[in-house]
Design a binder for this molecule. Structure first.
Ligand code: GSH
Length: 340
């Protein structure tokens, strides 16, 4: 009897779709990949918040938002989990997943829609996929123009104005530098199998390797990271082991994980905090300081649950796990955000 089939309604041009697809493949969860305009319709009609991808469970339920979906599948299926066995390493993996989903997304998004060449190439890519190759006729060019215009407006809302672009550029360049060193030492952060951290990073990088400007940038600046992205896309043949990181402080301090935590403390956690503070104060805009630049953008309710979830995950760690993690969390600047 064939196993029950999941359906993933997503798009190759959607970072969170690629994140979940890589996740399902690694976990040997049988699924159909459904990428067409229908994924958008399902996201608009079958779930509360319009977001792609949507997973359709074998029992006919629909759900979106990749992180809680992963949480549920981690709990429901015990083999090939992406949450490291040790809770301290699992916390680090979750923090890095959140960094990728909630910060790394914005430099990518800015690059995708910034230049005319990007708007044309990337929106045509999206519509080629959505329309399954039907490029003849006006519908294709109208849809591409509509999509480029819609998304460019969203950049203003989610990334802020052009005055923030230099910060986003620098942040991505620094992150690619970290990845380029990391992927030359091995594929994974916590041993010889992937955690949810690598899968989430892959989600965003899977877009940079396709987009017009970003793909050229990666080819020049981060060629091994580009190759890494190809590897992470399908890890169904990987059968590895966890190697604890939290318990070896010298290894942890010199690992890419520490460098990513530094990025998190510089960009990601301050953004989440400023966003939540602005929402609590009823302000339409949030702001925080990065290297003397006041990073401003709209306060967005959709992201308000992220920092509380991280704070809670830290709070429930055992004292031993906290003792193992606090030095690196403190040295990188993350700890204050997690204990506030
Ligand atoms: N937190 C969600 C984010 C999903 C998301 O933002 N999806 C984008 C496409 S990758 C989307 O559908 N945005 C809705 C829009 O364009 O309004 C997840 O992890 O799945």
């Amino acid at each position: 009897m064939p196993e029950p089939m999941y359906k993933l309604h997503g798009m190759l041009m959607s970072p969170f779709s690629m994140k979940l697809r890589a996740y399902l493949r690694y976990r040997h969860i049988p699924f159909q990949w459904c990428n067409s305009i229908k994924a958008n319709e399902i996201a608009q009609t079958k779930v509360k918040t319009y977001m792609v991808p949507v997973i359709e469970y074998p029992d006919g339920r629909f759900e979106n938002d990749s992180t809680p979906i992963i949480d549920k599948l981690e709990a429901a299926i015990s083999t090939r989990r992406t949450e490291p066995d040790n809770e301290a390493d699992a916390f680090l993996a979750f923090l890095i997943e959140d960094f990728a989903d909630e910060w790394l997304l914005w430099p990518f998004f800015m690059y995708r829609w910034r230049t005319e060449a990007d708007r044309t190439f990337n929106s045509e890519w999206i519509n080629y996929e959505a329309l399954h190759g039907q490029v003849a006729g006006e519908h294709f060019s109208q849809m591409s123009a509509f999509w480029a215009q819609r998304q460019t407006k969203l950049v203003k809302k989610t990334c802020g104005g052009p005055e923030n672009h230099a910060v986003l550029e620098r942040s991505l360049a620094d992150f690619l530098g970290i990845m380029e060193d990391a992927v030359k030492q091995g594929l994974f952060f916590f041993g010889t199998r992937p955690s949810r951290a690598e899968i989430a990073i892959f989600g965003v990088l899977s877009q940079l390797v396709q987009d017009f400007t970003a793909s050229a940038m990666l080819r020049n600046q981060a060629p091994f990271t580009m190759r890494w992205v190809g590897m992470i896309d399908d890890l169904s043949g990987i059968d590895g082991d966890w190697e604890p990181l939290h318990s070896d402080s010298a290894k942890l301090m010199s690992s890419p994980v520490r460098k990513i935590l530094e990025q998190s403390a510089k960009y990601h956690l301050p953004l989440l905090l400023a966003n939540d503070q602005a929402l609590a104060a009823g302000d339409a805009e949030m702001a925080f300081d990065i290297d003397g630049h006041s990073y401003r953008r709209a306060a967005l309710p959709r992201h308000s649950g992220c920092l509380p979830a991280l704070v809670k995950r830290y709070a429930v760690l055992s004292n031993d796990s906290k003792a193992a993690l606090d030095p690196v969390l403190s040295a990188t600047g993350c700890l204050d955000f997690l204990t506030s």
